[in-house]
Design a protein around this ligand. Sequence first.
Ligand code: GLU
Length: 458
Amino acid sequence: MSENNTVIEESLTALLEDESFLPDLKAQTRRQAFKSLVAILSTPNHIHKSFLRVALEDGTIVRVPSFRVQHNDTLGPYKGGIRFHESVNEEEVANLARLMTLKNALHELPFGGGKGGVIIDPREYSVKELNLICKKYVQYFNDILGPDKDIPAPDAGTGEREMDWMMAEYKNTHPGLPYRGSFTGKSIINGGSLGRKEATGKGVYFSFRYLMHNFLNDNEKWLREQDNLFAETALSKKDRKLNIAVQGFGNLGAVAAKEAFKCNELQNNIVAVSDRDVMLYNSDGLDIPALVRYAQEHGGSLPDSNTALKENEIKAVINDRDELLELDVDVLIMAALENQIHEENMDKIQAQIIVEGANAPITVKADKYLSDNGILIIPDILANAGGVIVSYLEWIQGRDTQFYKEEQIYKLLFDKMQKTMDTILPQFFGDPFPLRQNCYIHSVMKLSTVLFRQGKLY
Ligand code: GLU
């Protein structure tokens, strides 16, 4: 049984006992219906697997294993990224597809959940080879993709270049049919949305700022009256200087760090950032705009030598990348890959607040351990939905062939995230469950109600 299935089962058990939810379902029928809900939500509808046949530049023919998992389409066409990574596998893609179903349901997006994976290290392939892999992916999964069937987007190891290539191949193979909504996360000139690239990072920071500034200020009196461990954690950090460490400095981590750096509402001090090679530390706070500039000019990498730091007038010490998670900070923003906090390092975590920018960066065991210790975790499905929310806006713009201004995109994005947080946060601080479980319960309620109304629960 995979990890987030446990949380789905727990959420459904809580709902089974709450007879005000789906009150038409009673006794044996109710138990039966909830059993089928567990089955529906914990297994994907389809797992598509292909070995893409690709001719490399040196003439060798390779077979590249690739997947598209379509988890659930109750709320609309399948939606979710395609990941290019050497360690991606079928189980991971299936888990991430399920997370997309829950994420889209949580934020009231008209999409189901899907995810794709290609087992390659993209850095080891030439541009021409990557282009071929993208084309082949579309050719092999041709029948199951489309603007009203399944809409991929970027994920780890892919970006607008890959989405442009894939959309072009989809267009070639579907002459005369609508194609703009077949992929999201495309470049702007190719029908992408302004703000899509920044959306996930901006959304991640927004979720943190909204909770720690807006929500705490508006509800302080009520929060103090609650006998709630997580409310205590949040309030203990109110109006204080917040030392922040950011794991990952790619598109997500760099944008989130920049938002944190320029935020006027909170007293943020970003003391550490890391990438796949190094961690940079400065207890007085790092110059994030200078680091972002540096990374932009150096293929996304942070400075990794004292000479590079000196030349760019950046004050920091270079440390081991993996030490970042164990630093004595208030807040950890996790913007790298999954399973970063696990059984072996969970007792060394000192941060009191963790924001999950990446998908599933904390294992289920570690999540339970940290939550039991009152650590407030803003979970992936709540925090990192900015990407798919702006993907939705890109999909709408593609249908209308009318494009929004960048400010409009950010307003729509933040309004959507705020609406979700205003629904979830009062419930969360009023009960003993961690925030992740509150989000899951909300998503599962939405999915169950729609399945029930559609006559599919029996
Ligand atoms: N890969 C992103 C995610 O995990 C974006 C998905 C999308 O835009 O469809 O949420």
